[in-house]
Every structure is written in C-alpha cells, then in structure tokens.
Design a protein around this ligand. Structure first.
Ligand code: NAD
Ligand code: ZN
Length: 349
C-alpha cells in the first residue's frame, strides 16, 4: 500500500477536517518528515474557533499544528546535516535569511517569516510534512518525541527569560499559569532565580504551577492591580526584579508594572487587546523597562540542552493524548480548557 498523508486541515472558522493529501516531496535543502508528536497551542484552537488572530486571517484551507517532532523519512538534494531515521524537533518558523533582521540574528522579526499554521502557511499536524533541514534539531535518545514537541513553547520561555535577564538570585513574578507561564517558570528556576511567584485567576492552574516548582502562588480575585502588587511584595519580601506577563489580561499587565522594582524589567509575553490602559508614568519615573517578545530566535538549541540535561522536566505538562485520527476530539478537549498540554500522535500504530 502506498503511503497516505492524513492531514488536519482548517477550511474556515469551526470547520476542521481530516483528509488524505499527497505525501510531499522534499526540495533542495529540505527533508521529508514522518510526523510523530504535535502539541495543540492556544493559537491553533483560536484559528479554529475564530478563523483569525489579529491581522492573520484564514482565507484559504490551512493545515494546523506547529509544536512538533518527527523522524526524517527522506532527504532533499544537498542535505548533509541529517540522515534518514534521525529523530528531530521542528522549529516551525523559517525566515527569509537575507533581510537585516535575519542577518543580525533577530530572525523572529523577519517580515517574510513562513511560520507553520500562521496564515497563509500550512502547519504540520499530518502524517508527513516537509521542512528546511536547518530548522530541524536532532534529538538525543533520552529526549522523547513529546518533549521534542514541547521545545516549541519552551523556546518562548527561553527567549522571554533572555529578554528579562533572569539570573542567579532574581526574584521573579510570572503573571498567568497557562502553558506559557509554566515554561517561563521552569526556565526562570533553571537560570537560578531565587524565588518565582506566579499568579492566575484559576486555582487548578496555580496548583499545577506549584507542582512545577513555583515558590509561591497568588490567586487573583480582583482587578485591583495595586492590591495584588502588595501581595507580591509581601510574598517576595520586596518587589520583583523581573516580571514576565503571560496572560495578556489588561489588569494583569497593570499588576506587572506595579509589582516590579524600580530599575527592573517587565516582559510582555501575553497578547491581549491591542490598546490597554497602563500606569506608564509609574513605570517611567521608576525606570521600569517594558519589553516585548515575539516567539524566539536561536532558542531551540538552549531549550533542547535544558531538557536533555534534565535541568527542566516538561513531562508533567502533557495531560492528554490523542491519535491523529481523533484530532477533532483533541481540539474539542483543548477548547473546553481541560488539562495543560494536549498531544496528538501522528505515527501509525
Ligand atoms: P492560556 O490562556 O492557557 O493561559 C493564560 C492564563 O492566564 C490562564 O491560565 C488564565 O486563567 C490566566 N489569567 C487570565 N486573567 C488573568 C489575570 N487577570 N491575572 C493572572 N492570570 C490571568 O494561554 P498560554 O498558551 O499560556 O499563552 C499565554 C499568552 O501568551 C497568550 O496571550 C498567548 O497569545 C501568548 N503567547 C505569546 C507569544 C509571543 O511570542 N509573544 C508566544 C506564545 C504565546
Ligand atoms: Zn528575514
């Protein structure tokens, strides 16, 4: 029997289908990948339920999925860095490589980025997929395919903690204990943060954060940002050196500013409404730096080294598992907000 390529295709809002597509052939510098594990990200669910995120609109059918691992099944012309049978994690964004952002190492800011499952580019929730070989990272034997897929969100944590300059002895506040808050928590701890306190409005998410190493948790029950900042100050014994905002909720961004010490840094990871009312004078006169992040650049090798060395353990984050055939059920589970990370296994049993 010839190989078939079962693929999860989002036709439009609320219209996700599983269909057989042709098996893609690798071009020069590319590899064909037999997909193994693909994690569901909030953005995949959002494209399914809303058909768009900001300026990115699903105008044509698009394959979902971008947190992925695979086995190399075929080499395109000129590929020497990988071999058939290699187990890899896939960095999902391939930039133009020639613009000034790419050339200065900030390729995450490339205007010509082709990122899996960001319209109009297809993702890799499929049996087979083709990707540029130099954006595939070989996994050592002690790193599982599920962990390989988790390197994608972990890279967001690596980049955010780099931008925040989390270091030995830092007191860190993380706002929001979703998957992105958790990868920031484990990265901050691995970088030697002395204390990490994490906030959320959901007690279950806070309990999970505690089990993943948070030194303290704060349940946010009111939009009074100054009151929550006082709680943070009490728990840490001072204001935070660094705050990493991972909810995108406007009251939480205000809390992030009030909770950060003078001369400290707030990193905005969460993406909420475009226009938000913030205490900017408070930040200005206390020299609190406010920095954004967009995905990551050059972070996969670090994320992989952290997992391979055991400095971080992401395994407890995977709470649900489905097969590719049951992808729609997996998306429905994600939409209900169950668990932390949902994994889809793409290999044939
Ligand atoms: P998520 O929705 O699972 O987690 C967000 C968490 O914030 C939830 O647990 C929610 O209960 C909590 N929350 C809501 N209001 C809050 C408040 N007022 N105070 C404290 N916590 C509050 O999402 P996620 O997958 O963890 O992603 C987090 C955010 O990061 C999203 O906005 C996502 O779009 C963004 N993100 C940004 C980048 C980037 O490159 N900048 C990359 C990945 C994700
Ligand atoms: Zn570029």
């Amino acid at each position: 029997m010839a190989d078939t390529n079962l693929t999860a295709i989002l036709y439009k809002k609320d219209d996700l289908r599983l269909e057989d597509l042709p098996v893609p052939e690798p071009g020069p510098g590319q590899v064909q990948l037999c997909m193994q594990q693909v994690g569901i990200c909030g953005s995949d669910v959002h494209y399914w339920t809303h058909g768009e995120i900001g300026d990115f609109v699903v105008k044509a059918p698009m394959v979902l999925g971008h947190e992925a691992s695979a086995v190399v099944s075929k080499l395109g012309p000129g590929v020497t860095s990988l071999q058939v049978g290699d187990r890899v994690a896939i960095e999902p964004g391939v930039p133009c490589r020639v613009c000034s952002y790419c050339k200065t190492g900030h390729y995450n800011l490339c205007l010509d980025m082709k990122f899996c499952a960001t319209p109009p580019y297809n993702g890799n929730l499929a049996r087979f997929y083709v990707h540029d070989a130099d954006f595939c990272f070989k996994l050592p034997d002690n790193v599982s395919f599920e962990e390989g897929a988790m390197l994608e969100p972990l890279s967001v944590g690596v980049h955010a903690c780099n931008r925040a300059n989390v270091r030995l002895g830092s007191k860190v506040l993380i706002c929001g204990a979703g998957p992105i808050g958790i990868v920031n928590l484990v990265t901050a701890k691995a970088r030697g943060a002395a204390q990490v306190v994490i906030t959320d409005i959901d007690q279950k998410r806070l309990d999970f954060a505690k089990s993943m190493g948070a030194d303290a948790i704060i349940k946010v029950a009111s939009p009074d940002a100054k009151a929550i900042a006082s709680q943070v100050e009490e728990v840490l014994g001072s204001l935070a050196d660094v705050t990493i905002e991972c909810s995108g909720a406007p009251p939480s961004i205000r809390t992030a500013i009030y909770s950060t010490r003078s001369g400290g840094c707030v990193v905005l990871v969460g993406l909420g409404p475009d226009l938000v009312e913030l205490p900017v004078v408070n930040a200005a006169v206390r020299e609190v730096d406010i920095r954004g992040i967009f995905r990551y650049a050059n972070c996969y090798p670090t994320a992989l080294a952290m997992v391979a060395s055991g400095k971080v353990n992401l395994k407890p984050m995977i709470t649900h598992r489905f097969t590719l055939e049951r992808s729609i059920e997996a998306f429905e589970t994600a939409k209900r907000g169950e668990g932390v990370k949902i994994m889809i296994s793409c290999s044939r049993e």
